[in-house]
Design a protein around this ligand. Structure first.
Ligand SMILES: Nc1ncnc2c1ncn2[C@@H]1O[C@H](COP(=O)(O)OP(=O)(O)O)[C@@H](O)[C@H]1O
Ligand SMILES: [Mg+2]
Length: 591
């Protein structure tokens, strides 16, 4: 219930529409349920008329009104109920879909917005697959389970109540019998389905195993073939397949036993009702006042036969609702995840003339320090290199300079100002980054390069591509700058990286950060890429993290890190002379 409270803000804007949905459902359900009642009364009328005619023929005739006005009226009512029921069912479906989908679209929008505004810390700390799942599957669960679920429960409850009213109106004693016997039928079906759910669970888990096995095997097709284990895999598959088959068989057999046992119970209830009903009719006819007639009994039996159905439907929906509510909770939590608050008010007026870290201490978690007492002073135009074993904190330092994270102790200073006082966007606008993972989105080469600079002209884009050494391969593409590319469209990693560099060339950032940008590069484009980076770094302040020391030998300052602390710094020559960590690293790479 507490969880459902969180749903309230989402429903607030659609209050009237939701109320209308319920009203439509109510009208259509009542109309539908009135049909057996009206039909029964019509049959009664015809039977009574018949009896009167017979009585007349035997002599004791009072008066037989021949065109029966009431019968005709009942007939019209019956038709009206049919039409109203159909129209309002349709109106209800439409309204429900409209309201549900509107709310769902709003949730999707808010969720994506929250992803966009979440701090990197939150996104880094969550599984991306999970975030996607929330936006796609969980939203779907909410749509199917929650909105349809509420409507189905409402419908079910109304059906049960209205059916009870009609049954009691027709014959309260029989009504009591139905109410007393129904739990019996419910208990039996509950017991049987509980027994079966075990088999269904086993079937679902076997199916899951099978699909993840196939997924994993296909993903690693090449390894499977080169290792020569295709036959082993087939054997493993056969075993899983057999397990799945056995469980499916049990589940199917289980499902079919639900019906016979509940059907038997229902048949017994039905027979009891027919017997009692017939006795009532005989009694009433003998007493000479026709209160309960054949038409009433048939209407009553219709209600009784369908009485169980809404109970089953509601209980089915309840379990779906459980899923939907936990999905809703996941969505709502993600929508309310912390936002990237920016307390900075200052703007960087002109250029970044100094970037300074002062005794910075930082850890992603409280118990593990990643950066330990780090100080560095970068002046405009300087070329800084960060070197050190993987995991020593190079990327973390960049995260701190970019203010994706803030240090726990110490300060980052920009032009002498405390970094946390500066608007993040203002800082980030001055900095361009090239990372190890390239980012190419589905679109033309032009759009991929022009991204980030609105209204860039073709000439500007071409110029940027030329400077980035990307023009050559782009012009060889089938449609040149208009070729549609994507992350998986067959460009080599090096070519993708050249496009990323061209993107930055166009933006002309003041500071350039390269983080392992030359890792994973194919030999074919390595030389081009080095040229490209040289051009990008020309005349700019830069921070370069590189595995390959050849790319950083000409840096103004090389900072050697170990476990988040500086162990050596200086230019290439002085560090070599020192014969320390850098010297060993350099020799390891070049000998
Ligand atoms: N988002 C994160 N959450 C928690 N720990 C992290 C995160 N990113 C990196 N780390 C840890 O911080 C340390 C430094 O990582 P990183 O700065 O990426 O190293 P480098 O770039 O030098 O290889 C590593 O121990 C790494 O496991
Ligand atoms: Mg790194």
């Amino acid at each position: 219930m507490k969880k459902l409270k969180r749903l309230k803000p989402w429903l607030e804007g659609s209050r009237l529409a939701i109320a209308l949905t319920f009203v439509f459902s109510l009208i259509s359900t009542v109309s539908k349920l009135a049909i057996p009642f009206l039909a029964g009364k019509l049959v009664n009328r015809i039977v009574e008329h018949r009896l009167a005619v017979e009585a007349c023929e035997q002599g004791g005739c009072l008066e037989v009104g021949s065109p029966d006005f009431i019968s005709f009226f009942l007939f019209l009512l019956l038709i009206a109920a049919l039409i109203v029921g159909t129209i309002f069912r349709r109106l209800f479906e439409r309204k429900r879909a409209l309201v549900g989908q509107k709310i769902i679209a709003e949730m999707r929008k808010e969720l994506f917005k929250s992803y966009m505004h979440a701090p990197i810390k939150e996104i880094d700390g969550s599984s991306k697959g999970d975030l996607v799942q929330r936006l796609i599957n969980d939203i779907e669960n909410v749509q199917n389970g929650l909105f349809s679920g509420f409507a189905a429960i409402f419908d079910g409850v109304v059906t049960i109540l209205v059916t009870i009213v009609f049954m009691f109106t027709l014959n309260w004693a029989l009504g009591v019998v139905v109410i007393l016997l129904t739990p019996l039928s419910m208990v039996v079906s509950r017991i049987v389905s509980k027994y079966n759910s075990k088999h269904f669970k086993a079937q679902a888990s076997a199916s899951g195993e099978l699909s993840s096995f196939v997924n994993e095997t296909l993903k690693n097709s090449i390894s499977v073939k080169t290792l020569g284990i295709t036959e082993d895999k087939e054997k493993e598959f056969a075993a899983l397949n057999e397990k799945f088959r056995k469980n499916s068989f049990k589940a199917t057999m289980g499902a079919s036993t639900i019906n016979p046992s509940t059907r038997l119970i229902n048949a017994i209830i039905n027979a009891t009702l027919i017997l009692l009903g017939a006795l009532f009719i005989i009694k009433d006819v003998n007493l000479g006042f026709a209160v309960f007639l054949i038409g009433d009994l048939s209407a009553f039996l219709t209600y009784a036969a369908n009485f169980m159905q809404p109970f089953n439907e509601v209980s089915d929906v309840m379990s779906e609702l459980g899923y939907a509510i936990s999905s809703f909770e996941r969505i709502d939590n993600a929508i309310h995840m912390p936002k990237d608050v920016d307390e900075g008010r200052k703007l960087i007026e002109d250029s970044i003339d100094s970037l300074k870290a002062d005794k910075v201490v930082f850890g992603y978690t409280k118990d593990k320090v990643v950066i330990n007492d780090f100080s560095l002073d970068i002046k405009k135009g300087q070329r800084i290199a960060l070197v050190g074993p993987s995991g020593c904190g190079k990327t973390t330092l960049i995260n701190l300079f970019m203010r994706f994270y803030d240090p726990q102790h110490g300060k980052i200073l920009i032009n002498g100002d405390f970094a946390e006082d500066i608007l993040k966007d203002s800082l980030r606008k001055h900095i361009g980054m090239v990372l190890q993972d390239t980012w190419i989105f589905t679109g033309t080469v032009f759009d991929n390069i022009a991204y980030g600079k609105k209204y860039a002209s073709l000439e500007e884009v071409q110029e940027a591509a030329r400077k980035a050494q990307a023009a050559g391969f782009i012009e060889r593409l089938p449609k040149g700058y208009d070729t549609i590319i994507s992350d998986s469209s067959g460009l080599s990693i090096g070519e993708k990286q050249l496009i990323c560099v061209a993107r930055l060339m166009l933006l002309e950032p003041e500071i350039v950060i390269l983080d392992e940008a030359t890792s994973n590069i194919d030999v074919r484009t390595e030389k081009l890429l080095n040229e490209s980076f040289k051009e990008l770094l020309k005349g700019r302040t830069s921070i370069v993290v590189a595995h390959r020391l050849s790319t950083i030998v000409s840096s103004d300052l090389i900072v050697v890190l170990k476990d988040g602390a500086i162990i050596e710094q200086g230019n290439h020559e002085t560090l070599l002379k020192k014969k320390g960590f850098y010297y060993d690293l350099f020799n390891a790479q070049f000998n």
